[in-house]
Design a protein around this ligand. Sequence first.
Ligand code: SAM
Length: 262
Amino acid sequence: MKYYDFPELYDLFYSDAFEEECLNFYKVIFAKKKFQEVLDCSVGTGKMLLPMAKLGYSCTGSDINQNMIRQAKINFAKENMIGQFILSDYNELSKNIKRNFDCVMCTGNSLAHAKNEQLENVISQMDKMLRPGGTLYIDSRNWDNILKRKQRFYLFNPVVRDKGRVNYVQVWDYNKNGSIIFNYLIFEELDNKIVSKRQFYEFYYPFSIETLKQIIEKLNYQNIKVTKLGDSNSIDLEQIDWYALTAEKPIEGIGLGSKLHT
Ligand SMILES: C[S@@+](CC[C@H](N)C(=O)[O-])C[C@H]1O[C@@H](n2cnc3c(N)ncnc32)[C@H](O)[C@@H]1O
């Protein structure tokens, strides 16, 4: 079973503390930017876009999964936040969304759901959504480090719910073709006994930070910054498991075209 078809389960393991951390991080990294309209093209249940709404930005979220979008609407409404939501593959943003934004985000380690050969197209689609001078934001696990270590088991703190607990383990399978399957094992307990065992999966296609930067540089973006997600002072990639990249789209006339004429 695909994990993203169960957004309520997905949300169970999102903490308020993480949302708060995102809000504080965005506050710092976007402090000097004067923008208003934001698109998150892999919005999921909206947990990483909600902090942007709370910071006063006008938020739109798109995602390929209808169930996730439905949950994002619920999550925004619960917090009395306004958001617009659109069903769209991030490979086809320009076909499905007919307007531009000041900031285009791909949040929550979602870019690696694109196969390596699609990466350039996804970035170019994000670019098409972005106004000149706008900000591109991508956060991702640091696949370079992951492929060096090949850790397989990731244990998470159980969530206490009703009279029981929900235990959550991820087991990653490294495939010969370079893809990674995240297996999500979920055990529900009641009165100290396991009452259900469920298994879900999603595919990821790791890419190196260098490849991502090269694609963005090819589009002539400026001021490309990569820091730890949640800590803009931490920049040593060897130590970073999950990074956030920001870059600025050139304003018209300062891009590749003008360089060719000088
Ligand atoms: C790990 S979740 C992250 C969701 C959300 N950004 C968050 O931080 O919780 C990955 C999301 O990417 C979405 N996704 C996967 N492939 C996609 C595609 N081709 N186009 C748009 N969204 C996609 C999934 O449906 C899922 O909601």
